[in-house]
Design a protein around this ligand. Structure first.
Ligand code: HEC
Ligand code: HEC
Ligand code: HEC
Ligand code: HEC
Ligand code: HEC
Length: 387
């Protein structure tokens, strides 16, 4: 009884607070609130566009074009959600981070409150650059200089260059991949809060960075015909890539007498599996099948975060698999079957967004031509008599 009362009071306070900071679903701070100020084109170049960089950095440009970073604005899923969130301005601080990409720019925040920005038209708005989402310049250009992982004296570049250690650490990723939970939202970690999951995990100690897995190392020239150097492929594969998702899990099975245990380990992701966008869900289904193909037993694991969004955010549960954590599904084989030929089949399905959410976005918020949102990323079969 007492507990219910406390919860009711908390909800009442939070509803009040939530309606005060109406649309925001996360806490804004200095970095997430302002994005990157207006940037001039560095000397020696004709524009900030990725295409311009691509004239020389051909391979990196070709890689970047295939990524969700390049699609962070045009992505129909983003566009539909953004429309649903009433074109909330602050979404753009990560999805099109440069001021050059904004139609309107912020002059000031009323009373210093990040939820109350005041805008004027941006006469330096570049609509083509807006389409590029997280473009090269968003990460590399500040004040006319192109920053990167090498000291300037090692390079022979036709544009100003400088070394910035952030390129070799997770810091450059966390500006956007650690969306803080706002106060009075009952979340254990932020939305798209991959950074927080990583920070508490085992991979930092092993010397891994986000780049280790997401920008695989390669030795090649930065520009065709130049000296070869160690560098990072600009691939950033995630939930939209079945090959990347397949790297997350190791599935093994063992049998002791009539008990079969299937171990599902997050052996390949430096953070929770799945991570990021709370729409992501994973279904693991293990089936025990007889020699005629009939399914005798099914065990399932549904891995996800459940969040209530309105009127306030409350996380009801989170059973995502932490880095190096193992989940086990067990089967008990009845005695009469113990010597019969049996097959164990384990299938993993990754869901980008639920069918229900997709329908809602299609019906109300203009989502169109969105590719499949569920796919199977792993299938393993074991002979249960030889485990
Ligand atoms: C999301 C941020 C981000 C974006 C967008 C981005 N880069 Fe990079 N870039 C990096 C990081 C991080 C490194 C360092 C990778 C490493 O060496 O591990 C890097 C390195 C480089 C290097 C040095 C060689 C290397 O790979 O280390 C070049 C050249 C480069 N980027 C060009 C580009 C071009 C051209 C684009 C656009 C087509 C682009 N980058 C887009 C983050 C970014
Ligand atoms: C005319 C050719 C050309 C263009 C256009 C060009 N670059 Fe470069 N860039 C180079 C060369 C050459 C180097 C040095 C390569 C070397 O010495 O190995 C370089 C080096 C770099 C580095 C390494 C800097 C460091 O300190 O680690 C980055 C990052 C980079 N370029 C990004 C970009 C981006 C982003 C653009 C577009 C805004 C761009 N470049 C446009 C030719 C070009
Ligand atoms: C300026 C903000 C920003 C920075 C910096 C940034 N990201 Fe992202 N990243 C995003 C956004 C936004 C998306 C989602 C785009 C979409 O799907 O609409 C994304 C998507 C991704 C994805 C998921 C791709 C998929 O298939 O869904 C991966 C992986 C990723 N980023 C890794 C990185 C890594 C590693 C770094 C650091 C080197 C980094 N990002 C730096 C904003 C950023
Ligand atoms: C040990 C390798 C490894 C490390 C280190 C790692 N990741 Fe991942 N990452 C993966 C794998 C595998 C996946 C695909 C499975 C999944 O979604 O968890 C993934 C998926 C993602 C996604 C996709 C989420 C989505 O919704 O599509 C993002 C974003 C991401 N990682 C960001 C990061 C960032 C940021 C860091 C550093 C803080 C990082 N990763 C460190 C392996 C790694
Ligand atoms: C602090 C940075 C940040 C802000 C602000 C932000 N996002 Fe994102 N968003 C990300 C990152 C990082 C991802 C990468 C995918 C992940 O983590 O799963 C992402 C992914 C998404 C995706 C999934 C895209 C896909 O292809 O699966 C949607 C939709 C999205 N964001 C919509 C929004 C909307 C709408 C807002 C404003 C209410 C917003 N975002 C504000 C960083 C941000």
């Amino acid at each position: 009884m007492k507990k219910t009362l406390i919860i009711a009071v908390l909800i009442a306070i939070a509803v009040g607070y939530a309606s005060f900071r109406k649309n925001l679903i996360y806490d804004l701070g200095q970095t997430t609130a302002v994005g990157v100020p207006y940037q001039e084109t560095p000397q020696g170049l004709t524009s900030l566009k990725a295409e311009t960089c691509g004239v020389c950095h051909q391979e990196i440009y070709a890689e970047w074009r295939t990524t969700m970073h390049a699609a962070a604005y045009t992505d129909p899923f983003f566009q539909a959600y953004w429309r649903k969130d009433e074109y909330e301005w602050s979404c753009l601080t990560c999805h099109t981070p440069l001021e050059n990409q904004l139609k309107q720019r912020i002059v000031q925040f009323k009373n210093g409150d990040f939820s109350q920005p005041q805008f004027i038209a941006n006469n330096r708005f570049d609509p083509e650059l807006q389409q590029e989402g997280i473009t090269c310049a968003a990460c590399h250009i500040r004040d006319g200089v192109i920053y990167g992982p090498y000291p300037a004296e090692q390079l022979n570049a036709p544009h100003p260059v400088a070394y910035d250690e952030r390129f070799l650490s997770e810091q450059i990723c966390l500006d956007c991949h650690e969306v803080p939970a706002k106060p009075f939202s009952f979340l254990r970690s932020g939305i798209c809060g991959t950074g927080g999951e990583w920070e508490g995990g085992p991979y930092i100690k092993k010397g891994y960075r986000c780049q280790t897995c997401h920008m695989p190392e390669v030795t090649r020239p930065l520009v065709a015909g130049q000296k070869s150097r160690k560098n990072g492929r600009h691939l950033w594969r995630g939930g939209n890539s079945p090959e990347q998702v397949a790297k997350a899990l190791t599935i093994t099975a063992k049998r002791q007498g009539n008990t079969i245990k299937v171990d599902i380990t997050n052996s390949g992701a430096g953070h929770n599996f799945p991570t990021g966008d709370p729409d992501r869900e994973v279904f693991i289904t293990a089936k025990l099948i007889n020699h005629k193909g009939a399914v005798l037993q099914i065990k399932e694991l549904h891995i996800r975060r459940i969040i209530i969004w309105k009127p306030i955010m409350i996380e009801l549960s989170d059973n995502r698999i932490k880095p190096l954590e193992t989940r086990t599904l067990s089967f008990e084989i009845p005695n009469w079957l113990s010597n019969k030929p049996l097959t164990l089949e384990v299938v993993g399905v990754y869901q980008i967004l639920s069918e229900r959410a997709r329908k809602k976005l299609e019906t109300h918020y203009g989502l169109k031509n969105y590719p499949p949102v569920r796919y199977s990323f792993v299938k393993k079969t074991f002979n249960a008599n030889e485990l």
